[in-house]
Design a protein around this ligand. Structure first.
Ligand SMILES: C[C@](O)(CO)[C@H](O)COP(=O)(O)OP(=O)(O)OC[C@H]1O[C@@H](n2ccc(N)nc2=O)[C@H](O)[C@@H]1O
Ligand SMILES: Nc1ncnc2c1ncn2[C@@H]1O[C@H](COP(=O)(O)OP(=O)(O)OP(=O)(O)O)[C@@H](O)[C@H]1O
Length: 321
């Protein structure tokens, strides 16, 4: 009898920004204790998983040449982690993973984490696993601190090393402009730079996340704009001083406020509305301070299959520098 090969599964997965990122001290395990407010943005990757006789990873799109296609690819590590978790034999776990990247590589927007989360969701369907999203989140947390959030999306408070999540009420769609830098920044390097800055002096630390949570509940972008904060920003700017100019240029172009996204170097600018975001993006494109400019909105849902009946595939307008 011929075996029936299941059709490939495609999952769309959002990027993230940190509206608030408070970094505590270095822990013994090499991680820092975090309190962060994540928001999932419409800038996304798409990941297709398919049964194959020729297993491996293919990468297309944003930064494709700088993404490893071997065992170091986070999506590939997700395949192995899920197969091990459900006790699936290697001969039964042969998959091809195709990544279509929209999220900048090493940009502080959790692109690799997004691909890992999407791969978990895609394989759970391809392999017809009875597994809850919470169980997937436990596997996700072992792959990286940002991976669980990419599964859930929306807006969430993250604690621990960022992997412990609770949803945050967010009443409004917020409009963002994203400025991609010429090249990426290594996340561990940015954390190490913050430790160095803290050893040398006492860089100011951002305050409590509570006002950010209130601003999200109110839905007022002007209120939120006053509260964006990221303890890693000083470290990212120290390693990439040109980011200061980018941050200024976004605000000069009409954004309410700008922040470095996560460990950078992508800068995220909050705008009053969708129309203003397009105007800011157009002006920033001409300012010569970054490689590419995109508009995005959030919050959006986490990793989910493309082609379902709830899938409207919105295409946000794009502006290229
Ligand atoms: C900067 C953020 O994007 C904010 O959401 C995340 O904290 C980074 O998450 P990630 O890229 O998934 O990071 P992981 O793959 O878990 O860790 C990579 C490295 O970043 C540093 N790291 C990460 C998370 C954390 N809470 N403290 C850390 O010091 C550690 O050196 C770690 O070895
Ligand atoms: N699927 C993947 N997509 C992108 N990079 C990957 C992937 N798998 C492994 N990598 C490696 O991981 C490094 C960090 O990539 P990634 O795009 O996840 O960074 P990031 O967005 O800054 O992460 P974070 O915001 O979670 O700190 C890249 O330089 C690349 O070598």
């Amino acid at each position: 009898m011929l075996a029936v090969v299941p059709p490939p599964v495609t999952v769309r997965v959002p990027s993230k920004i940190n509206l608030h990122l408070a970094v505590g001290d270095l822990r013994e395990d090499g991680y820092h204790e975090l309190v962060t407010v994540f928001q999932a943005l419409s800038l996304a990757d798409e990941v297709t998983v398919a049964v194959t006789d020729d297993p491996g990873v293919e990468v297309y799109g944003e930064g494709e040449k700088s993404v490893p296609t071997g065992a170091n690819n986070l999506a590939w590590r997700a395949v192995q982690a899920l197969a091990a978790h459900v006790g699936r034999a290697e001969s039964d776990s042969k998959v091809r993973v195709v990544l279509r990247k929209g999220i900048p590589v090493a940009g502080g927007m959790a692109g690799g984490s997004a691909d890992a989360a999407a791969t978990l969701v895609g394989l759970a369907s391809l392999w017809k696993l009875e597994i809850t999203r919470d169980e997937l989140a436990d596997i996700a947390a072992k792959l990286g601190s940002d991976v669980p959030f990419a599964l859930y999306g929306g807006t969430a408070l993250g604690t621990g090393r960022g992997e412990r999540l609770v949803p945050v009420l967010s009443r409004h769609t917020f409009h963002w402009v994203l400025a991609f830098d010429q090249k990426g920044l290594s996340t561990p390097r940015v954390f190490t730079e913050l430790d160095r800055l803290r050893e040398e002096g006492d860089p100011p630390r951002i305050g409590s996340h509570a006002p950010v949570v209130e601003a999200l509940a109110s839905g007022d972008p002007r209120q939120l704009a006053l509260l964006l904060g990221n303890d890693l920003q000083a470290a990212a700017v120290s390693l990439r001083p040109g980011l200061r100019r980018t941050l200024r240029a976004g605000v000069n172009a009409g954004a309410l406020a700008g922040t470095v996204s996560g460990s950078g170097p992508t800068c995220a600018f909050l705008c009053e509305d969708a129309e203003t975001a397009l105007e800011v993006a157009a002006e920033l494109s001409g300012a010569g301070v970054c490689r590419t400019v995109r508009v995005a909105h959030g919050p959006v849902p986490g990793a989910r299959m493309v082609g379902g009946e709830n899938d409207h595939r919105p295409v946000p307008p794009q502006v290229h520098a």
